[in-house]
Ligand binder design. Structure first.
Ligand code: SF4
Ligand code: FES
Length: 381
């Protein structure tokens, strides 16, 4: 049986748009973003979701950018519900109104993930690059829970907010979340661009991990705490995407289908588009999906390592970004011959001066409205 037939996709990340009012410097979207004119239309997205259901996909993650920027969001959620697909909205909350929450709940939305940037309002607005974001998110969280929708709060941890990881768990509880995901920044897209400003020291990261683990015990039964540890500080790499082209598909706003959100950084991969091929064809035959499927591409030390079926050699995109070759072991692994690259980055983070933080904000085009101008700078925590 072919590798494509052995593994079936269970989740699809639908990047409905790259438009977003926020400018988070850790965004994993690519540096070159799709403009509104290139976005798939409503009927194309519905066809994608119908094809997803037909090949056994269970979960649709409606993401972006900010998916609420799409006027057809309610229509797309209703289509997922008719197909029996579990729909999960991943939102910044900005642009979400009470009427929209009611419409989405009525359309059959199953779950909402709302991002927060920090537990301290001024810092949160600075990280988001948007004045008033913190206050608005609190209002939107209340709308979501009052509509009876299950809420997960997503918080990305990095150098400026790392000392408030525990406070962000407490904030998620106050916002009425049933689950909170505390995820240390991963360095793709805009996060790779801002890495020197985002990377905490090992001591800071370890203190944050210990605090969140302590809170897991304190709040057991009250809120589920999912914890994504910082991979640069780990001994072994993460099993990125549960293995290349094994479980998930990622559709960009313009319809390109990727095995992971960052795959476009790897040169030479050929991505097929939903406008030209069905999802089933793409899953089975597209060159990008088959490039790192299975184990044939692996080099030593992964090729003969017992953990190759556990972590799949780590992340292909990170291997390429750090070594220039996507077939290498992820250099996060202490067995990688390139592990000193990661050690060097961590040592550099230790030496970084703490001072005003001037991010390279994620923008589709230069900010135009007062709300989208840079907020006052805040000192690093
Ligand atoms: Fe994973 Fe490869 Fe490291 Fe083994 S050598 S632990 S398979 S990254
Ligand atoms: Fe692409 Fe990890 S982000 S394989």
């Amino acid at each position: 049986m072919s590798e494509a037939r052995q593994s079936r996709p269970i989740g699809l990340l639908a990047e409905l748009t790259h438009r977003c009012p926020l400018g988070c410097p850790y965004c994993s979207n690519p540096l070159v973003l799709d403009g509104r004119d290139s976005e798939l239309d409503t009927e194309s997205w519905k066809r994608v979701f119908s094809q997803a259901a037909a090949i056994g996909i269970l979960h649709i993650h409606l993401s972006g950018g900010e998916p609420a920027a799409r006027r057809d969001l309610g229509d797309l959620v209703a289509h997922c519900a008719r197909l029996g697909l579990y729909s999960n909205l991943i939102t910044s909350g900005i642009g979400i109104t009470q009427a929209m929450v009611t419409q989405l709940a009525d359309a059959g939305l199953d779950h909402v993930q709302l991002s927060i940037q920090d537990a301290e309002p001024q810092s949160a607005d600075h990280i988001a690059g948007y004045r008033g974001a913190f206050a608005r998110k609190s209002q939107v969280a209340s709308m979501i829970t009052q509509a009876g929708l299950p809420l997960t709060v997503n918080a990305v941890i990095h150098r400026v907010n790392v000392r408030r990881a525990g406070a962000m768990v407490e904030l998620a509880i106050a916002l009425g979340a049933r689950r909170v995901e505390i995820a240390h920044a991963q360095y793709y897209g805009w996060a790779a661009q801002n890495r020197a400003l985002l990377m905490p020291s090992r001591e800071e990261a370890e203190a944050a991990i210990a605090e969140v683990e302590r809170l897991k015990a304190v709040h057991a039964g009250r809120i589920m705490i999912d914890h994504v540890a910082p991979d640069y500080h780990a001994r072994y790499p993460k099993p990125c995407m549960s293995g290349w082209a094994r479980r998930t598909m990622n559709v960009t706003p313009s319809g390109k289908v990727l095995p992971c959100h960052a795959a476009e950084v790897i040169p030479g991969l050929e991505f097929w588009n939903v406008l030209d091929h069905s999802l089933e064809e793409i899953w089975r035959d597209s060159p990008a999906f088959n490039a790192f499927r299975g184990e044939a591409w692996m080099r030593e030390p992964c090729r003969s390592c017992d953990r190759r079926t556990v972590d799949f050699g780590g992340c292909r995109c990170q291997a390429f970004m750090l070594t220039g070759n996507a077939s290498e072991a992820d250099p996060v692994c202490h067995l990688s011959p390139h592990h000193e690259i990661v050690s060097g980055i961590l040592e550099e983070a230790m030496r970084n001066e703490k001072g005003p933080v001037e991010y390279s904000y994620r923008r589709l085009r230069p900010a135009r409205s007062p709300d989208q101008q840079e907020s006052p700078k805040v000192p690093a925590a």
